[in-house]
Design a protein around this ligand. Structure first.
Ligand code: FA5
Ligand code: MG
Length: 428
């Protein structure tokens, strides 16, 4: 059976270019890179801080909302994203993401005792250099655009992958490490994509005595070890599950692969990985070495493991969700507590040159928050005058309650108004 893989490829697998970036002025502060494990937001009370709180503590540093969300062309961070900073779902031992993180730790601790250093509290605000340059992302790569990445200022971003920490950790002398953290991306909206999600990065460096005993060249040696380790991890987490390797492209690895798992009648991409580019090792004082690296999407794995149907649920504070998970309980199957039907609303408009789907999704999320389940393009045509019309279908659904017609109509009305005002498109 020919199965079509997920409609959205992830940004790092894209080779295509390019969204124009203007020249921006320098932001006034830069945060230190910190790995302080002590400075966490570890009390329940803090996790449930009111959304609009104007100060957040990240890695022991207090950050004001005004520093991160500014009305300035070099900044594209909305309130909804600020409100997620510092939540650190992956550090809650009773949360599916924390349970999964601990389960992955257990796999590495059992199979490679005392080998991997673990980091789960590195600051998500990083420099453009850390996020892109240090891992060889080309200057014109699409992932650098304001359309795909959240910029605090022209030199500072919310990390869009945990690979942002590879170089720094290598430089600090780490050769085996796991980095877990929240990552941020402007992206489309559906049940497996959310603008804030969690990744775990793994890196293992080999020295000649590792591969010399094998009859393989260093790259093949690392690639084989990588696939073996990740297949072992998948078996540890899932037991028997249908999976397949796909050849991929990342600027920082060669060869590169993605692992897909069959879930709810579709192949779902759960991780990217590969053999680290030599240049990264060399620039960070690791001569005569070879390394593998991987980046796991924790939500995607947790969806399979716990049978969680929608990525928004990870943010739910509804007791009917949270009470179903407890520390160390891997793979308990989630029981749906709501089967409220989605409500669909269509909107059509003439797009302009600067229109992008990510911008549309940001506007829709800004109005409807987690009540929006999916935004999909259902019609697209260009008329004789060369004007292009798009029709999008928005699915509204709450995970927790039924929505009234009145409420949905008001949301849709606001979405229409904001789409028109913020995106300068002409509604039809
Ligand atoms: C990366 O982010 C690479 N840094 C991974 C990597 C690391 C490759 C080290 C090689 C070496 P990618 O953009 O494909 O790759 O994202 C990795 C995983 O994050 C995906 O496989 C997917 O599981 C998850 N992911 C990506 N976008 C989203 C999203 N919007 N919501 C939820 N999960 C996502
Ligand atoms: Mg990918």
């Amino acid at each position: 059976m020919a199965v079509v893989s997920s409609a959205h490829s992830s940004i790092f697998s894209k080779t295509s270019l390019f969204h124009h970036m203007n020249c921006f002025k320098r932001f006034s502060f830069c945060l230190p890179f910190s790995s302080s494990a002590a400075a966490s937001l570890s009390t329940k009370k803090k996790w449930r801080q009111p959304v609009a709180s104007s100060v957040v503590e990240l890695c022991g540093i207090k950050i004001a909302k005004d520093d991160v969300v500014r009305d300035d062309p070099t900044n594209n961070i909305p309130d909804t994203i600020f409100s997620k900073l510092g939540m650190q779902l992956h550090r809650r031992n009773n949360h599916p993401l924390g349970i999964l993180k601990n389960g992955i730790y257990e796999y590495f601790d059992t199979n490679y005792p005392n080998m991997f250093d673990k980091f789960d509290d590195l600051c998500p605000i990083v420099s453009v250099k850390q996020n892109f340059d240090d891992v060889l992302v080309p200057a014109d790569h699409v992932s650098r655009s304001y359309n795909d990445t959240y910029y605090v200022d022209s030199q500072t971003v919310l990390r869009c992958h945990t690979s942002a920490h590879q170089a720094e950790l290598l430089r600090r002398g780490h050769t085996h490490f796991l980095v877990t953290g929240d990552v941020y991306r402007r992206d489309s909206i559906d049940s497996t994509h959310y603008p804030v999600f969690h990744q775990m990065e793994g890196v293992r460096v080999f020295t000649p005595d590792n591969w010399e005993a094998s009859c393989l060249d260093p790259t093949s040696y690392a690639a084989e070890d990588l696939k073996k380790s990740l297949e072992g991890l998948a078996r540890h987490l899932f037991g028997a599950v249908e999976m397949r390797w796909i050849d991929a492209y990342f600027p920082f690895t060669n060869p590169s692969y993605e692992l897909e798992i069959y879930f709810k009648e579709k192949w779902m991409e759960v991780l990217g990985c590969g053999v680290m580019e030599q240049e990264i090792l060399k620039s960070n004082s690791r001569l005569n070495s070879v390394a593998w690296a991987f980046g796991l999407g924790l939500e995607r794995l947790a969806m399979v493991l716990f049978d969680i149907p929608d990525i928004r649920l990870f943010w739910s504070i509804d007791e009917r969700f949270t009470s179903q998970f407890s520390e160390g309980q891997m793979g308990v199957k989630f029981k749906t507590f709501s089967k409220y039907p989605p409500c669909y609303k269509d909107m059509s408009f003439w797009i302009n040159e600067s229109f992008t789907e990510n911008n549309l999704c940001e506007v829709v999320r800004g109005v409807a928050g987690d009540l929006v389940e999916e935004v999909s393009l259902i019609d697209n045509f260009t008329n004789k005058k060369g004007m292009t019309s798009h029709c999008y279908r928005i699915a509204y659904r709450s995970m927790e309650r039924s929505l009234t017609d009145e409420e949905i109509n008001e949301l849709q009305w606001n979405v229409r108004e904001q789409v028109q005002n913020k995106l300068n498109v002409v509604l039809r």
